[in-house]
Design a protein. Structure first.
Length: 292
């Protein structure tokens, strides 16, 4: 029997009693989709038996899957056999723990900044599905911020100020902020910048939300310094504790979230002692970027 429990006053719920598989009933898919539309973040507990193929098949029922951007990095080895899987781990192909200075881990540093997945792509990311296979006994929470509640809490003058503004998003910019390696030649050729609205309207819930991300480099039509200051001000406002849910992972968790209405960030864990194996799939949005 499916049970749903709220884990934050504004958003985020946990579901138990649901087994994710490649041949799930459409009624269960529709129910999960409705809960994601309503709550933005959904934790599906107890998915230890879920395989990579199950995860990919389940995710594909929510839209067109995006391929991992790690395919455009020629100087690293991919552990995942499927192009739709992104490896969010410190585990190498042999199952051992990677060192923190490994290039593959360095490229994951931007995940510690508040962001919306694939906001630099066109179409951007819509839903993210992150599965926990191996969890360290301490640290490594993922924090989520409700961008709908944050938008609702803005004063009318700020809402008027930001209406219609557009933001340039760049993977290179978030890499620079995080102190991560720069984009490779292949990445620059295959992952150009995108332009996204600063405020988004959710067609199924009817709510508006801030669309912010560490990938957001500047605001079109504004002085660069002023645009960056505005994005920083809004990000600080939207990530106040009242808008944030910190998810403490359990093995077998599958967390689904809507990138249009949330931001998230990874938090550190003792990488010198523990392994962490996380696997991500994402669907693409049904709208393209404003400009490239």
């Amino acid at each position: 029997m499916i049970q749903i429990q709220r884990v934050h006053p504004h958003f985020a719920v946990a579901i138990t009693g649901l087994a994710v598989s490649a041949d799930m009933d459409q009624a269960d898919i529709d129910r999960v989709r409705q809960v994601v539309d309503d709550e933005a973040v959904v934790v599906i507990r107890g998915q230890q038996a879920m395989t990579d193929d199950d995860q990919i098949a389940f995710s594909s029922r929510f839209g067109t899957l995006q391929k991992s951007i790690t395919l455009h990095r020629e100087d690293t080895e991919r552990r995942m056999r499927r192009d739709e899987l992104t490896d969010i781990s410190n585990v190498d192909a042999s199952g051992g723990r990677m060192e923190a200075n490994d290039l593959r881990r360095q490229l994951q540093l931007p995940a510690r900044l508040w962001h919306s997945d694939n906001s630099f792509r066109s179409p951007p990311g819509l839903f993210t599905f992150l599965a926990a296979r191996i969890i360290p006994p301490e640290g490594g929470n993922t924090e989520f911020a409700d961008m709908r509640a944050a938008y609702d809490a803005l004063d009318p003058a700020m809402k008027e100020r930001i209406a219609g503004l557009q933001v340039r998003h760049s993977l290179g910019w978030s890499r620079e902020q995080a102190g991560a390696p720069p984009m490779s030649e292949s990445e620059r050729a295959n992952i150009p910048e995108s332009v996204q609205p600063l405020v988004r309207y959710h067609p199924r819930s009817g709510r508006r939300s801030l669309y912010l991300s560490s990938h957001g480099r500047d605001v079109l039509g504004m002085d660069e310094a002023a645009g960056k200051a505005l994005l920083r001000e809004l990000t600080e406002f939207a990530t106040q504790p009242e808008f944030v849910y910190s998810h403490k992972w359990q093995e077998g968790d599958l967390v689904v979230w809507d990138n249009r209405t949330t931001m998230h960030r990874a938090t550190p864990f003792p990488e010198d002692r523990y392994r962490r194996d996380m696997r991500r799939t994402s669907t693409e949005d049904d709208v393209v970027a404003i400009a490239a």
